[in-house]
Write a new protein. Structure first.
Length: 401
């Protein structure tokens, strides 16, 4: 098989761990696989480099930041290749440029535009294990670029797509995706399989495991993704296309998001275009609005409520203040959380939402807002009930079974 392995910062955190990764790759190679390995910088390294730069100024030039930050991954790639060579294996380390990765010119947050996999495939045909420095490419002028934090996952998926790999295995210190956060519910179980869309909805559960953009890209390129641990031989979780038997499982996971705040606007002028103006301005400020509710207007005015990440509350306030004569008053609530029930099975089964509402009601938890999509039900509730809600919902859908 042709495989992409990606090892995160913790997995290559020191020389011993790099040696451990080398052993895993040797095993996969001995089993007859061709392998392209994508590596992150050693854990803490990228932050250390950022600290170095901000010693001089708080606003270092982004082109030079890319020059600086891309070096972290190059160190790991070279060391891993050297470790493999020392064991008698043929290996070659490549920068993003050598691997043929071309991006746009948005320094520190570049998007991959194309990959010419020729050099990687030639090396494989030469019997070499290819080690690519993740998180980087070059723009059309040949300047080095980086792909945003956690971007090595994206490199791995894009390379898997470009070489048409049989699978892309993402190794970290977590052995897969769980039905919920095991720190909240110790009965949480590791999922064998999950669809791309479920994974995206459960982003906060997988956040430590997989970068969201990489899951989106895997879906687009139809790359089979595995989340596995480099510290165990556990099976991991396969993230893949939705299949018919996935729908038999009603719910795959329950997710808690504590970073929620609600903005309530009262006596908003009830005229065409007002929502467009408010939400366009919020979007221009980069504020991510999640749920929105609007009441039926009475006497030319209405109430409008929406949720945003807590960290964006101050920005939202300043946007809303600029609408002073269209909005009567506003208030904010920070002591909220969002609990979501996720599962592709909801598409074809009725009553999944009703069960969530009944379960919360039985514990006297008041639901303040509700939103649903084809595969997700989210409720906004008081922050202090968040963890309880996760446990009783986990139980209600028998996710520990
Ligand atoms: N080293 C980069 C970061 O810390 C990229 C990565 O690890 O994926 O964001
Ligand atoms: Mg990472």
């Amino acid at each position: 098989m042709l495989l992409v392995h990606k090892y995160g910062g913790t997995s290559v955190g020191d020389l011993e761990r790099i040696e451990n990764v080398a052993s895993r790759i040797m095993k996969a190679s001995d089993a007859g696989n061709n392998i392209v390995v994508v590596v992150s910088a050693m854990s803490g390294e990228t932050n250390k480099l950022i600290d170095y730069a901000t010693h001089f100024t708080t606003t270092p030039a982004k082109q030079e930041m890319d020059m600086l930050l891309s070096s972290g991954e190059r160190v790991t790639a070279a060391l891993l290749a050297i470790a493999l060579q020392a064991k008698g294996y043929k290996a070659v380390a490549m920068t993003g440029r050598q691997a043929g990765i071309v991006t746009d010119s948005v320094h520190t947050y570049a998007r991959i535009k194309s990959i010419d996999p020729k050099a990687m495939l030639d090396a494989i045909n030469d019997g070499k294990i290819v080690i690519v420095a993740g998180f980087q490419g070059i723009n059309e002028d040949g300047n080095v670029t980086t792909l945003g934090r956690g971007g090595s996952d994206l490199s791995a998926v894009a390379i898997a797509g470009a070489i048409n790999a049989d699978a892309c295995e993402i190794y970290s210190d977590v052995d897969g995706i769980y039905t919920t956060d095991p720190r909240i519910e110790p009965k949480a179980k590791k999922l064998n399989t999950i669809s791309y869309d479920e994974m995206l909805e459960m982003a906060s559960l997988g956040a430590k495991v997989l970068q969201n953009r990489s899951v989106e890209l895997a879906k687009k390129l139809d790359v089979k993704l595995y989340a596995k641990s480099s510290f165990s031989d556990n099976e991991g979780t396969l993230i893949t296309k939705e299949s018919a038997n996935m729908e038999e499982v009603l719910v795959s996971g329950v997710v808690l998001d504590k970073n929620q705040a609600r903005v309530t606007l009262r006596n908003v002028s009830d005229r065409p275009g007002i929502a467009a103006e408010i939400f366009t301005k919020l979007a221009e400020m980069g504020i991510n609005v999640d749920m929105i509710t609007q009441n039926v207007g009475i006497d030319g005015s209405t109430n409008l409520g929406f949720t945003i990440p807590q960290s964006e509350l101050d920005n939202a306030k300043s946007v809303i203040e600029s609408f002073d004569h269209d909005i009567g008053s506003m208030d904010f609530d920070k002591n909220l959380c969002k609990v979501s029930v996720v599962g592709v099975g909801m598409k074809s089964h009725a009553g999944v939402a009703a069960k969530a509402f009944r379960t919360l009601a039985a514990s006297n938890i008041n639901i303040q807002m509700i939103s649903t999509s084809e595969i997700k039900i989210s409720v906004i509730i008081d922050e202090k009930y968040g963890e309880l809600a996760i446990r009783i919902l986990h139980d209600a859908y028998e996710l520990d079974k």
